[in-house]
Design a binder for this molecule. Structure first.
Ligand code: AHR
Length: 512
């Protein structure tokens, strides 16, 4: 059979090394992400600190390397000092972002110690909405300072001698968004971010800073925002943030299946915007991307909007999207795009980790379970090791309403090892409703494919609950003991992909 698509690879052609922080996630004080999500002291599996063991175990299985905290929109009205010290003295406050009374039972120390126990790197955000330079610098000192100064001594008095050494810091969150508490225009934010970042780096010069990019590519200020903000902060910051959520709208399945091409274009545009600022400055420095919110989220079709939320006095079920096999295929494809930008995207966070648009769900006092989107994330985090190869994909295209022409087949290949031989991770997506044959072309390379994971799309609406998630897993997530190879010859290996599917395969390769 004639192949429908070809993927040319060679270990001499590499895009970049995978930064393990690409497999990050996000825990915000939003809905049930913290309370009855990671933290529930009354739960049967709770550890001595009140954190759910079942959720922590699933987080480990998911392969999450880093977690962003405490927001999100939440951070823009958060007073971090109210969340440290003796718990019985902490006061609840109304979080204006999600209109929920925050009990302040979990704060900076509880989160950072949870992350440390679970072997997860923390990424912290500072409030540049209602607060500013002093509070941001104080938080860096609280987290990373050594004994002998006010905020570091407060941490020590609160029972934590060793600095946490938090490396990654977000300078606020989505400050371009009118919904953001303390929203600013690009000049106001650029100046504030520059001053806050300067102070934070004076406290700890080893930290990495993320300046806010646009909340999405659809923002009216997109592009202009990046250039203005970076004109103030280029020499100071390391990364610019990107956020993007994808959903099926009006039954337009083809556009939804093409979402990862939209993500690819978004990344290219932000890279171009950042490089344009660098060029104007005649700078050799390259700003990289922290894609610190990405996911499938039925934002336009199911979310009523932040200002329409009723005031909640208990952790409420806010944006607990239920995912399908189709959502899982799209999520896997989004990871293919992230991998293929390994040279410019070292940091990414699947938003979010538990209950809130999440791969892990819980019931209070009940079970924790995997949503279908859990599987492609976990398999990618496990199989994508080492470098990403600069593959050449030849494929027919599909015309979509939202993204124009998109490839029918997408691919990413990773290579861990020396030039002469390596372990492969092969990630392939078939966006069409027919099976396709993909010919891997590997001239001068002997290649053996092993097993992996295949996720196929479904057509039914997803239903909340562990039983339905288990049913989707049984019907649409397959562990492959062997690769679906249909033909092989020296220098070529052909695999068959199921309709609307995402496939990850392991393999070994040696130069001949
Ligand atoms: O992840 C949910 C919300 O989406 C975050 O709080 C915000 O940053 C974004 O709009």
């Amino acid at each position: 059979m004639h192949p429908n698509a070809t993927v040319l690879l060679h270990p001499d052609f590499r895009t970049g090394t995978i930064d393990r922080r690409l497999f990050g996630s996000f825990v915000e004080h939003l809905g049930r992400a913290v309370y009855t999500g990671i933290y529930e002291p009354e739960h049967a599996t709770a550890d001595e600190h009140g954190f759910r063991r079942d959720v922590a175990d699933l987080t480990r299985e998911l392969g999450v390397t880093m977690v962003r905290y405490p927001g999100g929109n939440f951070v823009s009205n958060y007073v971090w000092e109210d969340g440290v010290g003796p718990v019985e003295e902490r006061k609840p406050f109304i979080d204006l972002a999600w209109r929920t009374v925050e009990p302040n039972l979990v704060g900076t120390d509880e989160f950072l110690q949870w992350a440390e126990r679970e072997g997860i790197e923390p990424m912290m955000a500072v409030n540049l909405g209602t607060r500013g330079v002093a509070a941001a610098a104080a938080l860096v000192e609280y987290c990373n300072g050594v004994a002998g100064s006010r905020w570091a001594d407060l941490r020590i008095a609160n029972g934590r001698e060793e600095p946490y050494g938090v490396r990654l810091w977000c300078l606020g969150n989505e400050m371009d968004g009118p919904w953001q508490i303390g929203h600013k225009d690009a000049h106001e934010y650029g100046k504030l971010a520059a001053e806050a970042g300067k102070a934070m780096k004076l406290v700890d010069p080893s930290i990495e800073l993320v300046v806010c990019g646009s909340s999405s590519m659809q923002m009216e200020t997109f592009g202009e925002w990046e250039q203005t903000v970076l004109s103030y902060t280029y020499d100071l910051v390391d990364h610019i943030s990107m956020h993007a959520y994808y959903e099926e709208l009006d039954g337009d399945r083809a556009s939804f299946l093409g979402s990862a091409t939209g993500m690819d274009r978004f990344i290219r545009r932000v890279v171009a915007s950042a490089d344009a600022v660098g060029a104007r400055k005649r700078s050799d420095k390259q700003i990289t991307i922290s894609f610190d919110e990405w996911n499938v989220w039925y934002l336009e079709s199911r979310f009523p909007g932040e200002t329409n939320l009723p005031l909640q006095h208990q952790p409420a079920r806010i944006i607990e999207d239920v995912y399908s096999g189709l959502d899982a295929v799209v999520l896997g494809d989004l990871m293919v795009t992230l991998l293929n930008h390994a040279d410019r995207v070292p940091v990414a966070c699947l938003a979010q980790l538990v209950n809130v648009i999440a791969p892990i769900m819980t019931e209070p006092g009940g079970p924790a379970w995997k949503q279908p989107t859990f599987h492609p994330f976990a398999a990618t985090a496990r199989l994508a090791q080492g470098d990403v190869l600069d593959v050449r994909v030849q494929t027919p295209t599909i015309t979509t309403t939202r993204h124009g022409d998109v490839p029918a087949v997408t691919a990413a290949v990773t290579w861990a090892g020396e030039r002469e031989s390596g372990e492969l991770g092969v990630f392939l997506v078939n966006r069409t409703a027919e099976p396709v044959e993909v010919e891997l072309r590997h001239p001068g390379v002997a290649l053996t494919l092993g097993g992996g994971v295949e996720v196929t799309a479904d057509h039914e609406p997803a239903v909340h609950g562990p039983e339905h998630a288990a049913q989707i897993e049984a019907e649409h997530v397959a562990t492959l003991d062997a690769a679906p190879v249909t033909a092989s010859a020296p220098g070529t290996t052909t695999v068959r992909l199921a309709p609307e599917s995402w496939t990850a395969l392991s393999g070994t390769a040696t130069l001949t």
